[in-house]
Write a protein that binds this ligand. Structure first.
Ligand SMILES: Nc1ncnc2c1ncn2[C@@H]1O[C@H](COP(=O)(O)OP(=O)(O)OP(=O)(O)O)[C@@H](O)[C@H]1O
Ligand SMILES: [Mg+2]
Length: 475
């Protein structure tokens, strides 16, 4: 089979050198669980990462920890893929002016305002994780979206472009009261007012004129009429989020345009086999690193969804270790089309509570279940988290288990040995099994163990789960 063909039934990996794992399997998504130091990264993770690289996939790697970059440099070097690595980091060799990208990219076109609003909602969702209590008010979400929509429309109609600094300044210079709308001092200083004038004198087509009128009404009537407290909370929520992209190094990376020295890190490069590593580790850059990577991931997912895949299309992977940092609602939608777009998502995290903690709100359980349910292959490494272990046992299922019990009784001068057989309907893999799996390292001869489950698959052992071993690579 020529290497440039990627039929769904091509085997790219074998568990235990015996059980094939195909491109189709990979496209259905993989979730790896395991406690700290259980061998997720160096066991099943590394084995699968290498198989994707050897098969010739392109991909996107997000970085929560600093050592992800070194690991991936090693994987790509050892699989002959080093030349296709693009490291998007704080050096500024690559930039990604994402708002400009979204406006200029080829494709459906005019939906950009809504799409940009969704992009910011996704960033907000990520940053707000954890603090999103059960009583989170949908009014705020709607009010924020409305403010964003009107800001983006105003920038686009007046200037034909939009950037984070522009959005930020428009919002900060908007009128705070109806009185201010008539105030000449304010008018002289306000960018918001200036853009309204610029849009006003433009020749607009009928539909754009409608949009502009709606935007004008928002800025000059609705917005200044909001209760002071309401307005200032919405504004500060948005400006806090924008702030991330206004500071070093993110301003340069995400707002500046390319020049001789800086190239754009186009997400579409992965479609040609490039491996983009977004090395802005959360451990180093905090919330800003998280927001920046979520932006890149979201636009990458959309770029993947726009492609029409055939057996000649290079599959792409999304590699997210410590995935609780980067999950978004959009992941579920993305996974739904992953097979037809040839996208292989791999999420690694310690346990289920990690996800519950970040996908807050009333819907938390449904969101997490839906996300994990959509990643069809589950790999469970050693874990001491009861919730994860019980869910794993439950997922694998129950069947009739045969037990043989024997006992000795001493009566008078003789021993009686008795044995009895009984059956019970019980877990195939009981929860406590997951506490006993080998975690690699020298004490385990570098062997990492895991239980693998793939929705709908019966393995060669005629069971729904597979006991798998992985050999750690590095000495
Ligand atoms: N190449 C290697 N050879 C021997 N031991 C290793 C190797 N790589 C990692 N280890 C050890 O194996 C164990 C598993 O490490 P690994 O980093 O894969 O765990 P993990 O599940 O990813 O943990 P975490 O949740 O902290 O990311 C650890 O004890 C680690 O120190
Ligand atoms: Mg790890």
């Amino acid at each position: 089979m020529p290497a440039f063909d990627f039929p769904l039934d091509r085997t790219i990996y074998s568990f235990n050198n015996d059980e094939p794992f195909t491109i189709a399997d990979a496209c259905e998504g993989i979730q790896i669980f395991g406690g700290i130091g259980s061998g997720k990264t160096s066991g099943s993770g590394e084995a699968l990462a290498r198989s994707f690289l050897t098969a010739g996939f392109g991909g996107l790697v997000l970085c929560a920890k600093k050592d992800v970059l070194e690991d991936w440099k090693r994987y790509t070097r050892e699989t002959g893929r080093a030349e296709q690595v693009l490291i998007f980091d704080a050096s500024g060799d690559f930039v990604f002016p994402f708002l400009q990208y979204e406006i200029e990219r080829e494709g459906e076109g005019a939906g950009y305002t809504e799409n940009l609003v969704r992009l910011f909602t996704t960033i907000y969702e990520t940053l707000d994780q954890g603090s999103k209590g059960e009583g989170s008010d949908p009014y705020w979400d709607r009010a924020m979206q409305q403010l964003l929509r009107n800001t983006i429309d105003l920038c686009m109609i007046a200037r034909g472009t939009v950037s984070v600094p522009l959005i930020h300044e428009v919002i900060l210079s908007a009128p705070n009261s109806i009185a201010q709308v008539d105030n000449n001092e304010w008018k002289k200083k306000s960018l918001c007012w200036k853009l309204l004038l610029e849009g006003h004198i433009k020749e607009l087509d009928q539909w754009t004129q409608h949009d502009f009128n709606a935007t004008g009404a928002f800025w000059l009537e609705e917005f200044p009429n909001l209760a002071d407290k309401t307005r200032s909370s919405i504004v500060s929520t948005l400006t806090t989020m924008m702030d991330i992209f206004l500071r070093r190094p993110f301003r340069r990376l995400f707002s500046e345009m390319p020049d001789d020295k800086r190239k754009i890190a186009y997400p579409e490069l992965t479609h040609r086999g490039v491996i983009v590593i977004v090395n802005l580790p959360v451990k180093e850059f905090g919330e800003a690193g998280r927001a920046a990577q979520v932006v890149y991931k979201y636009l990458w997912q959309q770029a993947v969804e726009r492609r029409a895949a055939t057996d000649k299309t290079i599959p792409v992977f999304l590699w997210v270790d410590e995935a609780q940092n980067f999950v978004t609602e959009y992941d579920m939608q993305f996974q739904a089309t992953a097979r037809s777009t040839r996208a292989c998502t791999v999420y690694l995290t310690q346990n289920l509570p990690n996800y519950y903690a970040v996908m807050g709100g009333l819907q938390s359980k449904y969101r997490v279940d839906s996300l994990i349910g959509n990643l069809q292959t589950k790999i469970w490494h050693a874990n001491s988290d009861p919730m994860t272990n019980e869910t794993a046992a439950e997922t694998i299922g129950r069947s009739w288990q045969h037990h043989e019990t024997s006992g000795e009784t001493y009566s008078g001068d003789s021993y009686n040995v008795s044995s009895s057989k009984n059956e019970s309907f019980d877990y195939d893999v009981p929860p406590q099994m997951f506490t006993k799996l080998r975690k690699g390292g020298a004490v385990n001869d570098k062997i990492v163990e895991a239980i693998v489950f793939q929705n709908g698959r019966i393995w060669n052992n005629e069971r729904t789960h597979l006991f798998a071993q992985f050999k750690q690579y590095v000495p």
